[in-house]
Write a protein that binds this ligand. Sequence first.
Ligand code: SAM
Length: 222
Amino acid sequence: MRIDILTLFPRMFEGPLDESILKKARERALVQIAIHNVRDHAEGKHRITDDRPFGGGPGMVMKVEPMVRCIESLKTLDSHVVLLTPQGKRLEQSTLQSLSQKKHLILVCGHYEGVDDRVRQLMVNEEISIGDYVLTNGAIPAMVVVDGVTRLVPGVLGHDDSSKDESFSHGLLEYPQYTRPEDFRGVKVPEVLLSGNHQQIAKWRQEMSRKKTQEQRPDLLK
Ligand code: SAM
């Protein structure tokens, strides 16, 4: 899979893409990720990427031409163009599953008051929000998508089953997990997990999963 990210802040991606599982996935060429500075596609001495909104109002709007030129320089028949915006559909695990099936993602990050709507009208296949709140720019939302998608690409996680049996994969939250020591400050690991009885362990995990979901996210059970 290839992912191209369009942003005004390429350096924001340096840390997250160079650590842990994302770093290894890139080194093993399971995903290719490239960052593009939209400013490189702006014209004039000052390479201006924003302007005042038509109709007035506060703030600035990202200009259409540099963004469209940048997308056009990358787009192929396999591309799926995603605009990160609080006005998009809220990101869910199922969205990540579907994005992970694509060959090529182009992630468009906005800034200021957002992006001239003609970018969306002319170029975008899907609008995604990472939640009902507003951040300063699209870099962190894009990183959320890259991280969530990359771990679903076959071969990226050490154990591919890790992403098949976790929170949201069966409409429930995951059961509590424990590792050594068996007793920490008097809080003991549930006996059943030490029993070696796989049937009992599976039953306990299913019950705990349901209980946790009922307590924290009853909306998922509806
Ligand atoms: N004026 C816009 C509005 O009210 O919908 C908000 C613009 S926001 C300050 C600037 C950029 O940050 C957006 O264009 C988008 O790329 C990104 N952004 C902010 N919050 C986001 C969210 N919840 N999900 C996805 N992208 C977001």
